[in-house]
Design a protein around this ligand. Sequence first.
Ligand code: FES
Length: 238
Amino acid sequence: MDRRDFVRACATTALACAIDPSVFSKAIAQTQGMVKTFSRAPLLTQDGKPLRESQIQPHKNYIFFYPYVSTPCFLINLGEEVSAQEVKLKSGQSYRWPGGVGSKKSIVAYSAICAHQWSYPTKQYSFINYYPPNKPSDTTKRAGIIQCCAHLALYDPKAGGAILDGPAEAPLAAILLEEKDGQIFATGVIGRDQFNEFFENAKQELRQQYGSSAKAREQVDKCVVQEIEKYVQSVVMC
Ligand code: FES
């Protein structure tokens, strides 16, 4: 970028920030690598039809894979409006999570890879799960949270995946969603996604399941959504 382009880019950003301050946070997050854009992938039912907002039941834990074929995400309808929030990292950096989508702004999505040591839902078991308001954790007595039973990391799905308690050093990365005419699309990831650490750590399992590391890293252009119990044999709640 030459100097003239740089000045023009600064002026454009300043104008956008004056109109909408959230643009500023987004711009900072982008500068710091907190936002990654991937394919605009429609969320689909298991029979390949567009998943309608009305089909996402409140407080049910759904799973889909995005932005890679092997990276699981939670889709949750929190049943109430969830507004945009500033999410802080331990480094002091922060980024603005845009909140829920849909007619009630209640639908959110997060990477289901624990930000502590990358526990994730496999076909056999899932130690990391959403605990709906009527099903508190036996161990922490908390509800309405995402909890990982591996070492009890707790994340807040109403606050961009912020850390509530436990050993995680970073919030859960959030999946950016977009709703258009009742249909929902995944468009990117915001936060510290840790996909590289996950690919490295789960290398053997991913090779077994997908045939090679390269295949496990293929990006998706659509996402089939299913209830977590249909994908995982043993959903471990603790
Ligand atoms: S891997 Fe999830 S808490 Fe440690």
